[in-house]
Design a protein around this ligand. Structure first.
Ligand code: ASP
Length: 333
């Protein structure tokens, strides 16, 4: 049926008891040994790292991106499975999706229960991911979990413990995996992929600041002072904050900081509806609204734009491109 390469990065699917809590420890061969390999599929393992995903850095994620490119340089490979911690899986998957320029799939999976748990979900998830990686084409980067196949874009971790850990709260899943194989329901919309980021130079700092009652501009201003090249404001409601925060956004944008606005709400897009510090003012101050992307993926979109160029106006254009929003007049960027 096909050759699949499993890139192992750690997470609960590779976790063992450490005497005080679980942590990623096992390599890819041990993880693979827990799963039934679908008939006709051959598997090669690449042991990239074994870390809890909350510890991942941009450098780790770019290493993963480059490893995927290297693996796909072999025309004999039909697809890739990345085993990954669930905590930040949506971030790595989306970064790879924004740069993925190959019809062959990259399928992320993991587990909510550790490696040697007798009721673990890892073996089924890995089997389903292998089957998906060997079966589908032109769907971009996918997340396979609990019998469901999700597009990387828009999908977030929605359960801290339960097996149905992932969903796109503002969209629908791409496919299901069952006894009859992979049943595809829709093709995700994906903008033209970005070129592979340069391997040289320092990596940009991109911060996330959440708005809440009584919030002032301290953390936003501190991010700018810390050298952030991008800031994601996790606003309230449809993308609202205060007049003071809007002024701080304007000052940050004037210094060339790429500011994006998402929301604390789980479902639906941010939208320009309110003034007095709302999304109308934040957009006028130079912030880019991130549609239905939530904080982690909005940050990845800003990171990708910052990696693509050092020019502030070009970064805004790239961010709008990856968000799928139309470009605005030159005077506004
Ligand atoms: N802490 C784990 C991680 O590496 C959680 C998981 O994999 O489910 O993200």
């Amino acid at each position: 049926m096909g050759q699949v390469v499993v890139i192992s990065t750690g997470g609960t699917i590779a976790s063992r008891w450490q005497g005080a809590g679980f942590a990623a420890e096992a390599g890819g061969a041990d993880v693979l040994a827990t799963a039934a390999v679908p008939e006709g599929v051959t598997v090669r393992v690449v042991d990239l790292m074994s870390v809890n995903s909350a510890r991942l850095t941009t450098a780790h994620q770019l290493t993963l991106l480059r490893t995927v490119r290297e693996v796909l340089a072999d025309p004999g490979v039909d697809g890739i499975v990345v085993t990954h911690g669930t905590d930040t899986l949506e971030e790595s998957a989306f970064l790879l999706d924004l740069h993925h320029d190959d019809p062959r799939p990259v399928v992320f999976t993991g587990a909510q229960r550790p490696l040697e748990d007798p009721d673990g979900d890892g073996p089924r998830n890995l089997h389903d991911a292998l089957l998906t990686a060997a079966s589908v084409r032109d769907l971009g980067v996918l997340i396979v979990f609990d019998g469901q196949v999700h597009a990387a874009r828009g999908t977030v971790k929605v359960q801290t413990l339960a097996a149905n850990a992932f969903a796109d709260p503002s969209g629908s899943r791409v496919a299901d995996v069952g006894a009859d194989g992979v049943l595809v329901h829709r093709r995700p919309e994906r903008p033209a992929p970005l070129p592979l980021p340069s391997a040289d130079g320092p990596l940009p700092r991109i911060d996330v600041v959440m708005h809440h009652c009584d919030a002032d501009t301290l953390f936003l201003d501190t991010a700018v002072r810390a050298g952030a090249q991008g800031i994601v404001l996790v606003a309230t409601g449809a993308g609202n904050a205060t007049p003071e925060i809007s002024a701080a956004v304007e000052a940050a944008a004037a210094r060339g900081v790429l500011v994006a606005v998402t929301t604390r709400v789980s479902t639906g897009p941010v939208a320009e509806i309110y003034t007095h510090g709302g999304a109308v003012d934040l957009a006028a101050a130079g912030a880019v609204l991130t549609g239905t992307l939530r904080g982690g993926q909005a940050r990845i979109a800003v990171l990708a734009a910052a990696l693509a160029s050092t020019d502030p106006a070009e970064r805004v254009r790239t961010l709008r491109h990856v968000l799928g929003t139309p470009p605005v007049a030159a005077a506004q960027v």
